[in-house]
Design a binder for this molecule. Structure first.
Ligand code: FE
Length: 233
């Protein structure tokens, strides 16, 4: 069983490499992917996972539970609560800006991929955008798992080469007089954008405000706007 599965995975990776290789020159002409087989990283992850499970080092159910927790239960809602607290409590906001990791931990959010955090504040004259140019570093305790686009090569390169153009594609047109700051997340330091509190949110409770805060606004690819339909507030 062990040998069979390993042989299968090895063959799958080799076959995938052969299938993808002839298409590489074509891929250079496009941002999007055409490959019909799972991507090389996907196959590698599956192979690693299978080996770890076979060796009894990890439990597949435990892995699924971790992914589910970060993807859906934790998600970006923790970050939204941090932002909402900062909007209604100036003293908390000050602590958040000066000692981010501790201030986030005050709300109970800490752990792997969030050991060292820095909040960067948007203002009418400054907009912040977060990227990980090297890979996909992202603050799990407050934002959950990174979306696919955050990990994509086009996002990671264009956030540096043409950040204003990139934001336009996200539907965010920054005025020329707004300074755009791009922050490169690493395994040692991860960023959370504190978006501006939007017009029309006056008088809302902290909980209602948190409902307005989107994941993308905390990465910097969007602003917080009044929700349309379905969301309280
Ligand atoms: Fe990274």
């Amino acid at each position: 069983m062990t040998t069979t599965r390993r042989d299968f995975l090895t063959a799958a990776v080799t076959a995938a490499g052969a299938a993808v290789a002839p298409d590489l020159s074509h891929a250079h002409q496009h941002d999007h992917e055409h490959q019909a087989v799972p991507s090389d990283p996907t196959l590698r992850v599956k192979a690693l996972e299978s080996l770890l499970v076979e060796k009894g080092l990890v439990d597949r159910a435990a892995l699924d539970a971790v992914v589910d927790a970060y993807e859906r239960k934790i998600g970006p809602r923790n970050g939204a609560r941090v932002v909402a607290r900062a909007w209604v409590d100036p003293a908390y906001k000050q602590r958040l800006l000066t000692n981010t990791t501790a201030a986030i931990a005050e709300l109970g959010y800490s752990g792997p991929e969030g050991e060292q955090m820095l909040v960067v504040e948007n203002t009418p004259k400054v907009h912040n955008l977060v990227v990980c140019t090297l890979c996909s570093c992202y603050p799990w305790p407050v934002l959950g798992l990174p979306p696919v686009w955050y990990k994509s090569a086009p996002y990671r390169s264009r956030a540096v080469i043409d950040p204003r153009g990139l934001l336009r594609e996200f539907g965010l047109q920054l005025p020329d007089d707004v300074e755009l700051r791009v922050w490169d997340s690493t395994a040692d330091l991860r960023y959370l954008v504190l978006p501006e509190r939007p017009p029309g949110s006056e008088g809302l409770s902290e909980e209602a405000l948190a409902e307005w805060v989107s994941r993308d606004s905390m990465v910097g690819t969007a602003k917080v706007v009044k929700p349309t339909g379905g969301v309280p507030g």
